[in-house]
Write a protein that binds this ligand. Structure first.
Ligand SMILES: Cc1cc2nc3c(=O)[nH]c(=O)nc-3n(C[C@H](O)[C@H](O)[C@H](O)COP(=O)(O)OP(=O)(O)OC[C@H]3O[C@@H](n4cnc5c(N)ncnc54)[C@H](O)[C@@H]3O)c2cc1C
Length: 537
């Protein structure tokens, strides 16, 4: 592949949630040329289109990549896999599709922490721009954006019982958790359009693919950013093990996600100076925050065996229900069991009395996972999964070698503060209270894990330590801000060097209170606008 005679204004690294949007938006101007380099392949399987397919693709190395965490001190030194999307659309092609933006305070907190222009009022237009909400446009929603947003399409009596139980204990109902108020339980909004997954590959790349000013190369792993002095000039990438170099006349944009963007910065000499020197890497710019501030939502939950027939386990065990679900999906209204993402109903929870902000997000899954976590149990049941919205624990990602193919050392330090431990335990106790309240309690045979009455309050923390794992919401490793440890400024420019930006989940100063994909999509939209603002009128 000879790209030496081709000129690109921008090189975008990674075609995931944010990168696919950036490349699409920049090439809306036919005068602007973009090279989009994606480590994964094309998104050609039907399993990335049918929502239920996430259970298949999540373990398929054609679409995902993995490496393990370091032993987590507060999780009995367990390691677990950091799965992330590696395909056109990135993690949006394989994720659970839950679309909850978070709370107003999340984005106001970003602005207060040194990122002017990122308050809730500032980012709301970008959320509106990217989405087509099933309920139509209003001051909180758009209805003409590329990403479809619909509440879960499987009208499920078990989920209805969960929502009714929440109402019975005073949580209230909310048909639009992304609207004026996030309080109350309701059907979970998903990134789907008429029941099909709305990934950025489908929603952004597909319609822009034939633009003459956009070149997309798949199976292309970027191994370093090339600098002249402190100016980013281009990148080196590998296809089939062969290295290639290419220059950008304007900027290099890193959108490789919160695990790989900081890795690439460090490999290229932008990061903690001492670490880089120890590894024999020439320091382009000593920026100690690169790879620090790593965050995720540690996830826990309770599981129950149920008398209800409306679980996914039952549906899949009964050939007649299977056929009916397939018929509903492929020939009918695209609803029913095949149309679901990971969750069917959700609510924010106050484990402390209001007026405090919600501190836990709970999802209701009308199925009982099997031993691997991604298969189905033979028993019929459901899970209430939850995480602390705004964990205080902070981790880090540091390369261990100059070799770009070696996984970095990644640690989250989950549960390292008393407050994090308390909210997780209180979240489980709240879920148990829901399970013991009508009408849901009438459908429960028994609590399976951790197993009431054996696991009482004091044992909940140990249950979390033994079993909790990732929500896949990695973020924060190239955070925005103005202090010396901040990696990018509010325009997403890497501090201390020129012609280099990061536009992906890495730039979040703090994790949103919800699942992270809506924020990553919004960052793609706003990031593209920030790049465009530098263009001559
Ligand atoms: C299994 C799973 C389930 C999830 N479920 C949900 C959910 O239900 N709801 C929700 O809100 N969020 C969910 N998330 C999180 C959400 O998908 C992410 O927050 C979001 O996709 C992050 O966007 P990003 O642009 O930062 O990175 P990504 O979308 O991960 O994109 C990064 C892209 O960069 C590419 N790349 C990486 N390194 C290189 C390189 N060196 N060269 C070239 N390309 C490279 C990758 O292949 C990938 O395509 C889930 C994530 C996972 C992994």
């Amino acid at each position: 592949m000879d790209l030496t005679r081709q000129r690109f204004d921008y090189i975008v690294v990674g075609a995931g949630a944010a990168g696919a949007i950036v490349a699409t938006r920049l090439t809306e101007d036919p005068q602007v040329t973009v090279l989009l380099l994606e480590a994964g392949g094309e998104d050609e399987t039907i399993w990335t289109k049918i929502p239920l397919g996430f259970a298949k693709t999540i373990t398929d190395e054609r679409y995902v990549s993995n490496f393990d965490t370091a032993p987590e001190p507060e999780l009995h030194h367990r390691r677990y896999a950091l799965t992330h999307g590696k395909v056109i659309g990135g993690s949006t092609a394989i994720n659970g599709m839950i679309y909850i933006r978070g709370l107003r305070l999340d984005y106001d907190g970003w602005a207060d922490a040194g990122a002017p222009g990122w308050s809730y009022e500032d980012v709301l237009p970008y959320f509106r721009k990217l989405e087509s909400w099933m309920g139509g446009a209003d001051s909180y929603h758009g209805d003409t954006g590329p990403i479809g947003v619909e509440n879960a399409r499987w009208k499920n009596p078990l989920a209805d019982a969960f929502i009714a139980t929440l109402a019975a204990i005073g949580v209230g109902r909310n048909p639009d958790i992304n609207g004026q108020s996030a309080e109350g339980g309701g059907y979970t909004p998903h990134n789907t359009r008429r029941g099909r997954r709305s990934s950025t590959g489908e929603a952004y790349i597909k319609p822009s693919r034939n633009r003459r000013n956009l070149l997309i190369i798949t199976q292309a792993t970027v191994t370093r950013i090339n600098f002249k002095g402190k100016e980013a000039r281009g990148v080196t990438f590998e296809v089939g093990g062969q290295p290639h170099s290419v220059d950008a006349t304007r900027e290099v944009i890193l959108s490789a996600g919160a695990l790989h963007s900081p890795q690439l910065l460090q490999l290229s000499g932008v990061g903690p100076g001492r670490l880089l020197q120890e590894l024999g890497i020439d320091v382009v710019h000593d920026l100690k925050g690169v790879g620090e501030n790593l965050q995720d939502h540690l996830q826990t939950g309770l599981t129950f065996e149920t008398t209800s027939r409306d679980t996914f386990n039952r549906t899949m065990a009964d050939p007649f229900s299977q056929v009916r679900s397939a018929f509903n999906y492929f020939l009918g209204a695209r609803n029913g069991a095949l149309s679901i993402g990971v969750s069917v109903a959700s609510c924010f929870v106050h484990t402390r009395l209001p007026p405090s902000e919600p501190d836990v997000l709970m999802h209701f899954l009308p199925y009982l996972p099997g031993p691997s976590g991604w298969d189905l149990s033979k028993a019929s049941g459901f899970r209430m999964a939850l995480f602390k919205c705004r964990p205080e624990s902070r981790g880090s990602l540091r390369i261990l070698s100059k070799n770009p193919h070696m996984a970095p050392r990644t640690i989250f330090n989950h549960l390292s503060t008393e407050e994090d431990r308390r909210s997780m335990v209180d979240g489980l106790l709240f879920a148990r209270r829901v399970s013991q309240t009508a009408p849901l309690n009438r459908l429960i045979i028994r609590e399976l894990t951790p197993g009431f009455p054996h696991a009482r309050e004091g044992e909940m923390l140990d249950f979390i330590r033994q079993t909790a794992s990732t929500s896949f919401h990695y973020c924060g490793t190239a955070r925005m801000g103005k202090d010396p440890a901040a990696v990018v400024d509010e325009n997403l420019r890497v501090r201390g060097v020129s012609r280099l930006r990061v536009i992906d989940a890495s730039i979040m100063p703090t994790i949103p209170s919800s699942n992270s994909n809506p924020a990553a999509l919004m960052i793609g939209e706003k990031g593209a606008d920030l790049v465009k603002q530098g263009w001559p009128a």
